[in-house]
Ligand binder design. Sequence first.
Ligand code: ADP
Length: 990
Amino acid sequence: MFVQELVLRQRVEILHALCSSGSAEHLEQVLDILLSQGELIFEDYQNIQVPGRALYTNARQLLDLVHAKGGDTCARFYAALTQVLPEAQRAGFSFPGRCSNVEENEEHQSTSTQTLLAQRPSLVSELQGCIEDALRALVASGHFTYADCDEVRLPIHTPSQQARHLLDHVRSKGESAATVVLQYIQQKRESGSLLNQGNWTPPKEVLKYQKKLSSSVSAQSCFLRTYGGTSHMSLDDIYTEGQLELAHNCEDVHGPLGLEDIVGTAGTVNSEADTVLVSGDAGGGKSTLLQRLHLLWARGAALQDFLLLFPFSCRRLNSEQQELSVQELLFQHCCWPDREQEEIFQFILDHPHLILFTFDGLDELKQGFSDEHWLCCPTQRAPVHILLFSLIQGSLMKGVRKVVTSRPEAVGPALKKHLRKEVLLQGFSPSGIDCFVRKHHCDPTVAAKVLESLQTNTTLLGLCHCPVLCWIVSQCHKELLGCGEGSPQTITDVYLMILQHFFQHQSSLKSTTGSGWLQEHLNTVLHLGQLAFEGIGTSCYIFSGTYLEACGVTEKDICMGFLIQSKDMSSTHSQRFEFLHMIMQCFFAALYIVLSNNTHSSTIPKLFEPHNMRETGLRSSACFRACLPSTDQQGQALKEEATLSETPNMQITATFVSGLLSQRHRSLRLHCCPSAVMEKRVRQVARCLSKGMHKHFRSIPQPVEGEKKSMHAMPGFVWLIKCIYEMQDSRIAKDAMSKLEVDHLKLTYCNIGPVECTALAYVLQHLRNPIGLQLDNNSVGDVGVEQLLPCMHICNSLYLRNNNITDEGICKLLAKVIQCDSFQKIALFNNKLTDACTQHFSHLLKTRQDFLSLRLGNNNITEEGAKQLAEGLKHNHSLKYLGLWGNKIGDAGAVAIASALESSTSLVWLSLVGNGVGRAGARALANIIKNSTSLEELWLTENCITRTGVEYLIQALEHNTRVKSVWLRNNDLSLEEVEELRQRESRLIF
Ligand code: ADP
């Protein structure tokens, strides 16, 4: 009775402990435990966990139910609370006597479904690191459809919620699905690490060290840094899955990659190498992704094959002046063992496969990667960058897995050859943006308003694919919702918005309204700007008090929140600061270049030609140089050395300089700097952009006779386009494009996402003659496609192979291009198209009698889609090339297409490779051969055509001399049949 009463009396405290963090995790863990013990039945669970209902209401419902079930249930409930809640949260209320730790239900379970329920708490924890693999097992066994998988992986759910959804879904599928999950988990346990094998356990001292290391890693990674200045935001509450993709196409990997796939075997290109590279743009979420991995590991929820994980920040390693051995590097920079250092280090050397190193921000290291000098001996001391490069290439501590993050620009061929694989982090997907905004705002009406305003400003929505910009937009929601017409268009606009937001929120002064706010805070801007500018010139991202003093940064400036205290695992240093994010440092550097009276007139030209820096020096001023450690040789050398990492930062800074000097921010600059100086700077930037563009155009080779003049964009071209966009001056765009005379512009593998598409369209729309625009292998997506629309009138062909485009994006594109007279060709191989878009293609074909080429290979088009397409083909008299390779149109689809094309006089090339076409399809296709006066090549490789089918084709070929080849490799034919048929018709190719 007593415990039951306690539940009533402590109701408020219990609710507070369970719900005050805003996260449902504690409540859900308690439910897991009670379910596993049979205290709750599944129907109870469903009554409590009502989707979309407030967390507090769910918790109240649980309390009511527990109370109603009586004393025993209440006692178990308290025991579950003890296990789940952190100590600090338990302090608010008393517990009835001793609450022993909860054991999982050990009773014998006769069915897999019962086992699933009884082991629920541990299964949730084990599954959350390997959801994708478990889903694969369920799809492979036929228990789950892709729609089931999508429901489980909804990005709004945390990994543990995804695990619970998976279990709940499996439950509804019945006993055999439950068995599959249990078998999968069993296999994982068995094939897992050494850690799980037999009775082997690591030595006691190592386990103690592991505990210390993981609690330190956990403490370092549980909050997100960008929220440091404003509010603490736990990573659990805000983390949103980014889009991960392999850099190299890999046959065996389908669907999105999960976090654990980063270190898993999927997509390995060099199994000898130990280093995995995660590359992505600045602000794209690389550090946050590592932070998530660290946290999951520290909690035992992921990467459990690794006993020890050592996280490093290259930014922090920059300030290591001493030569170190690997042992010193690990212990001093990550976690110091209380005892037995030698024994622990020996263990690390003896068990490399149990160790994981992560290096965040290789591009921020002062020295660019080189494999010229390397070490093999783990006890030898060396400068930190040599240690790091030796670890990455595996000359040192071979077998230890390393995960390195970097911006793609800073990854050269020297590093690439030492990579096990490369994973691209491509920011948030559209549903990721949605999910992030909802997590960021606890008030759902605010979240809905922000999302609504993003939908009306697709340029801004495009920017939000980059997580750091999504954060800014969410952070500044009040400004965003209030600004109507003038809502941000460029990256500079977005950063100006956060500048104003921080000033208005953190300044005790009453803020000026209108455009005077920048002038009001000019001193702070210039102090921080100088610090940022000098730092970028010397690859310095962490600043001691001496640096701050040298640039006049005051306490008040620090309080604005743009600088945060630098965290250091070794924590031996005095207080040091860094900018909230690297891009923020670039932004302040740009503000300094634009607004300061002290910069040299050559600064802007040098900024736009970063490779000239070495000779001319956008280097540190005397005062800053004095702060650098001049006594030791290494520091001295660094002062002289221009590095790889500077180029991307210089480029980002230059982009901001262009944006800040845009005409639209003129009133903001007013009174901050003499207008004559400002006008001169504007002219300088315009000149630099024009010069830069022309340099690219001069590099275009003359075409070989009969071929089109084509330009393959060099690195830097897209950057210049982005700078022009930031300036928002159509005269500059026009001027640049007036000199571009090519027929084909190739921008493949250029990291083009929605943001780049906006800039490209802005500039390319001023081209004088139509071009072919090739954007294959980027991450354009639906939002990017929408951004490209303004330049479609100047495209005669568009190549968007492998770009994550769905029906939604393609429908918008087709609605536009149908009105563009020059538009004649489209290639969409390997996207996410389904039958839902084929009627729009059909409409295009019917309407446009000058359309030439339609390539839709490797999408999800079935018989239905083929029938829709056939409708359009029937009425079209111009199409020459039709590619449907790798869809699923089957015999019925082939029959529909064939009958539509039977009397075509334009079709030259048709591919139905890999479409499940059999005898009936072949028979129908034979009719095209029989009647066509234009067809030259027919591709039917990888189908299921039998000998009878081929006979139809042979008969048809007898009446046709125009067809040059019919490709029939990998069909249902024996070797003998192939030999015989080849003899009979030499145009059949097997
Ligand atoms: P990078 O290391 O690629 O420059 P960061 O990881 O520092 O990018 O991300 C910048 C900011 O963007 C973070 O501080 C955070 O506010 C936001 N962010 C990035 N990735 C995520 C994510 N997966 N979930 C939630 N917020 C994120």
